[in-house]
Design a protein around this ligand. Sequence first.
Ligand code: 4AD
Length: 432
Amino acid sequence: MKDLVSIIDTKKYVGKTVKIGAWIAGKRSSGKVAFLQLRDGTAYFQGVIVKAKVRDDVFILAKHLEQESSVIAVGVIRKDKRSKFGYELDVINLELVGESHDYPITPKEHGIDFLMDHRHLWLRSRKQHAILQMRNEIIRATYEFFNDHGFIKIDSPILTDTSAEGTTDLFETDYFGRPAFLAQTGQLYAEAGAMAFGKVFTFGPTFRAEKSKTRRHLTEFWMIEPEMAFMHQEESLEIQEQYVAFLIKKVLENCDYALDALKRNKELLKKYTKLPYPKITYDDAIALLKENDFKISWGEDFGSPEETFIANFFESPVFILNYPKEIKAFYMKPHPVRKDVVICADLVAPEGYGEIIGGSERAVELDYLEEQLKIYHLKAEDYEWYLDLRRFGSVPHSGFGLGLERVVTWIAGKEHIREAIPFPRTLNRLFP
Ligand code: 4AD
């Protein structure tokens, strides 16, 4: 309907009569006036209907509208300091488009399972709307950042015949009589892309059949995986921190309304745009944890308590460098001096949000990778194409993967990752 004006644009129409297609998010009324909370997907604002100024049937309709009925409202835009949005609609006419009765999500408190069962409707709520608008901004800013830095996007396959991040958490499916796996990462294909195009990124859904039931894990999540040829790890770390700071800046610039709806501390977010981010080696992190009474030995991976402690210690996103080889993936470049560690880094977010990026410089030597495949019990023939990248003009290259939902959860300041994706898939949830 071309003649409709979006709520977000109404500031351009002060004093003018406009037509708005909206749903009723809430309502208050007395005998003489009705206040309608209108939402159209772009924003929320109030429509005011004064009985004395409209036809009787219009006022009766306004009084009887139930939550989430859809309407076309015609009225005059007025600036209003008292309103959070800043503008209101003085309604002249109202037309019912679609009825709604007994909408299940009411302003009262609902349990999380109930809300998740009604995720298809919960998306309409103000906070969910704010989080997903922010997600959209982060996606938009991702394309902007990588386009501006000379990357091209390449799409990696979702159906694959190999594993890249370990064989324990693969989703298996039947591919015409033989097994196939849903991709855990697009990285190996991104490496092929980097050798063809120099700087590339993949951005797609990735899958982990992890039986972890934590507030940070999804079984289906979206990952952004840049891969750069002729690049060592130090330069990759610079790109990583610039990218994360850029995402935060863009959310601060373009999602003010959403940040307010979520009551997110903007000053704190602003602090996270300060570069460079601190760096600590895995070895030093182990020492720091031990000094602070953590029971952990060299060689063990960090869990949520350890990551939270380290990032809170620095009060900033922090890179943890060079983990033990045994706990990382087969493709990482071995340290030139310390044979027991690899050239890698995880970027851990503050405030308890944990790892948001995992990345590394990649091993370039054919012999080394062939040996690694044996150690990791991976079938060499499945990786022949990947080894070709080392046979034909192998170059130093580095890359990383940023988990979109982890970053959205952090920037939005939410407790749980399940609200950072429209329809989350977790250990116990495949519906709706
Ligand atoms: O550290 P990960 O497993 O790294 C990779 O997959 C590499 N291939 C990336 C690369 O170098 N191209 O995962 C990268 C990021 C994590 O830091 C985290 O943000 C996110 O992906 N992630 C998850 N997000 C939600 N749920 C899960 N189960 C996740 N597993 C990883």
